[in-house]
Every structure is written in structure tokens, then in C-alpha cells.
Design a protein around this ligand. Structure first.
Ligand code: NAD
Ligand code: IPM
Ligand code: MN
Length: 367
């Protein structure tokens, strides 16, 4: 037998529910490795509050080194009230690792499962069939501009974007639109912000020069926040800057029933990607086996697809998550009674069942 290929996966569990959902995603990856004959070598490293507590640094240098040398990185979450007001913030570590790895494109897909459409506070007929992806610029804008306090007691955060920073995320969004329904909505605040006027100019030019076959619309972020609730099915690729993408993606998570379901991939140009659920450390439920692990597990699927080029393996995780949700085997955020580990086990069982059915050419019926 050929030796299984070994992939070096760095795990950054972080804080709050981070370790719980990362352990769940790791177990799913191990199961996939067994079925497909891959070896995943996992190594855990410190980030966020866990790094501050252990070594006084939210991103110890050895964590950065390990991430840069990995085939892919899977992150849980960082932050929590424990570190509020301290000299270092856990979030610093996350921003610094995104920058150090050059991860300028953050992909946040959302498909509303028909069986969960009733879980959304919005009407079923509005959210059913939603299938969109946010392309969030991740290493620029107000997150990374000069910031500080002045002697007069005031504070400032500078928002800056270079032409190149906008070009590369725009190309990534347009390329993806070509493989989807061919529509990009670029979101900005061009009626107020100079960076947004540059954003609109550059996106318009890249579209005209390189992707004329894609349908491009521009939207202002305030009314976009409204349209995403009124007619979310209209959207395909949503292309936007760092802070708007952060806010809009939490907003749209409500359409799918729970923020605990949404995965993300952060990619650069070459080099390893970083994969993480879009939710945070959820301090209100941390440590109680309540967190929904699906966002982390679907992030592991994105890791396989976008990070390692293992499409079939990724699809088998996605099919298992869909099957388990359809069967109503969920955590409390979706009205179920499973814990984090129980939900992960249900997904692992579904992967086994799907493989067994494929091997025996049996049609599975769920729900
Ligand atoms: P949050 O996403 O942690 O939680 C918001 C709400 O969603 C909470 O009620 C929480 O219980 C619920 N929730 C989140 N994840 C869930 C899951 N997997 N299953 C079920 N319910 C879930 O946002 P917050 O409370 O505003 O932030 C808490 C901390 O997390 C802050 O320190 C923030 O900076 C940090 N944060 C980190 C990341 C990250 O590491 N990528 C992302 C967002 C927020
Ligand atoms: C996210 C988070 C982070 C962000 C924070 C924790 C720095 O909200 O990944 O969505 O704002 O990017
Ligand atoms: Mn966020």
C-alpha cells in the first residue's frame, strides 16, 4: 500500500468555546483521514487570551512560525471579558496572524438549509434558498490603520486602502462569481468615505477590464444591511472591505438559524490558509458543552477544499452536516438537545453512514 500523504495541520484553539469546537473539528478530520487514507499531523499552539495567560503574548513567535510552516491552520476563537482592560488584547493575536500570513481574502459562505429555514426569525419564504458568499477584505482598512490616543484625550483610527489591496480582493470575488451565479454586489460607503470612493473606482475598473461578463452592482452599506434582510436571495457574491464584511456577515448568520453554523476561509496568494468559524468565543456558553460545532466543522471542510485541494473529502463533511441538521440532531441554538461533542459524534456517524452507503451503493434517506 502507498504511504498515506501526511498533512501538517496547526490547531489554534484559543479561548472560550474555541477549544470545544476545535476538538470537534479535529475529530471529524481524523475520521476523514481514516476513510480517505490521509494522515493529519496536528500540533496545537497558543493564540489570544490563552497566549496572554501562558506567556504574556496573544501571538507568541513560535505560533507564527508554526502557522507559516503548516499545510493549513484551523482556529477556534479568541477573546473574552477576562482580558478586557488588560495591557494586551486576545484579538491582537488574531489580527497579527492574519497579517503575518498575508490572508487578505476572507470567504464567508451562507446557504440556508431548507430544514432550518423555520429557525430564522425571518419568514421562511424570505430565507429559503439563500446561497451567498461574503468576500471580506481582511488585512486592510480601519483594522490596520494608525490608531491611538492624543494628549487632549481624544482617540483615532485611520482607515486606509491602497489600490493593490482593493484590486486583489476584487479579483478574488469576481473569479468566484464566475463559478457561481455570475453576480457581484460591491458594498461601500462611497457617499461619505474617501476609501470607499477609491474602492468603487477600483472595483469598477477591474470589472470592466477583466470580468465584463460578471454582473456588478454597487450598494451603500447602510441600505445593504436592510436589503440583506428583505431580499437575501438576490445576492450571490458580496464584495466588501474589512469592517463592513465583519458586521454584515454576523447579520446574515441570522438568516441561517444560528451564527454557530457559519464557517470561513482566510486565504492569501499562496501559502497556507487559515480556517475558522465566524463566531467568537461565546463567553456566555463557554465550558458547558453547548456550542454548536458545525461552523468549526464546516471550516474544516473549507480547509480540505481550499487549503489542501481535497474536494471529495470536503463534500463528504458538508453532506454529513446537512444530513444531521435535516435529521434534527442539533445543539440548543437550533432547538436540539445535543452537546458540542454529541453533535460532532452525530456528524462523524453520518460520514461513516455516507461512506458505507457509497460502498454498498445504497441510497440513504434522512430525516
Ligand atoms: P460571539 O460570536 O462570541 O457570540 C455572540 C452570540 O452568539 C452569543 O450569544 C453566543 O453564545 C452565540 N454563539 C456564538 N458562537 C456560537 C456557537 N458555536 N454555538 C451556539 N451559539 C453561539 O460574539 P461576542 O459575544 O460579541 O464576542 C465574544 C468574544 O469573542 C469577544 O472577545 C470578541 O472579540 C471575540 N470574537 C472572536 C472571534 C474570532 O476569534 N474569530 C470572532 C468574533 C468575536
Ligand atoms: C471575526 C472577529 C474578529 C474581526 C475580531 C475578533 C478581531 O469579529 O473574525 O469576525 O473583527 O475580524
Ligand atoms: Mn466578527
Amino acid at each position: 500500500m502507498v504511504d498515506p500523504r501526511t498533512y501538517n495541520i496547526v490547531l489554534l484553539p484559543g479561548d472560550g468555546v474555541g477549544p470545544e469546537v476545535t476538538a470537534a473539528a479535529k475529530a471529524v478530520l481524523q475520521c476523514i483521514g481514516d476513510f480517505y487514507g490521509h494522515r493529519f499531523d496536528f500540533s496545537e499552539h497558543l493564540i489570544g487570551g490563552a497566549g496572554i495567560d501562558a506567556v504574556g503574548d496573544p501571538l507568541p513567535p513560535e505560533t507564527t512560525e508554526a502557522c507559516l510552516a503548516a499545510d493549513a491552520v484551523l482556529l477556534g476563537a479568541v477573546g473574552g471579558p477576562k482580558w478586557d482592560g488588560g495591557p494586551r488584547r486576545p484579538e491582537e493575536g488574531l489580527l497579527a496572524i492574519r497579517k503575518a500570513m498575508g490572508l487578505f481574502a476572507n470567504l464567508r459562505p451562507l446557504q440556508v438549509s431548507p430544514v432550518l429555514a423555520h429557525r430564522s426569525p425571518l419568514k421562511k419564504e424570505i430565507v429559503e434558498g439563500v446561497d451567498l458568499i461574503v468576500f471580506r477584505e481582511l488585512t486592510g482598512g480601519v483594522y490596520f490603520g494608525d490608531k491611538g490616543r492624543k494628549d487632549d484625550g481624544s482617540a483615532y483610527d485611520v482607515c486606509a486602502y491602497s489600490v493593490e489591496e482593493i484590486e486583489r480582493i476584487a479579483r478574488a470575488g469576481f473569479r468566484t462569481a464566475l463559478q457561481r451565479r455570475g453576480k457581484v454586489t460591491s458594498v461601500d460607503k462611497a457617499n461619505v468615505m474617501e476609501t470607499s470612493r477609491l474602492w468603487r473606482e477600483v472595483v469598477t475598473r477591474i470589472h470592466a477590464e477583466e470580468f465584463p461578463q460578471v454582473e456588478l452592482k454597487h450598494a451603500l452599506v447602510d441600505s445593504m444591511a436592510m436589503h440583506l434582510i428583505q431580499k437575501p436571495r438576490d445576492y450571490d457574491v458580496i464584495l466588501t472591505e474589512n469592517m463592513f464584511g465583519d458586521i454584515l456577515s454576523d447579520e446574515i448568520s441570522v438568516l441561517g438559524g444560528s451564527i454557530g453554523l457559519l464557517p470561513s476561509a482566510s486565504l492569501g496568494s499562496g501559502g497556507p490558509g487559515l480556517f475558522e468559524p465566524i463566531h467568537g468565543s461565546a463567553p456566555d456558553i463557554a465550558g458547558h458543552d453547548l456550542a454548536n460545532p458545525a461552523g468549526a466543522i464546516l471550516s474544516a471542510a473549507m480547509l480540505l477544499r481550499h487549503g489542501l485541494g481535497l474536494d471529495d473529502e470536503a463534500s463528504s463533511i458538508e453532506a454529513a452536516v446537512a444530513a444531521v441538521l435535516a435529521a434534527g440532531a442539533t445543539t440548543a441554538d437550533l432547538g436540539g438537545d445535543l452537546g458540542t461533542r454529541g453533535a460532532a459524534d452525530a456528524i462523524i456517524d453520518a460520514i461513516r453512514a455516507i461512506h458505507w452507503a457509497a460502498a454498498h451503493r445504497v441510497q440513504m434517506h434522512w430525516g
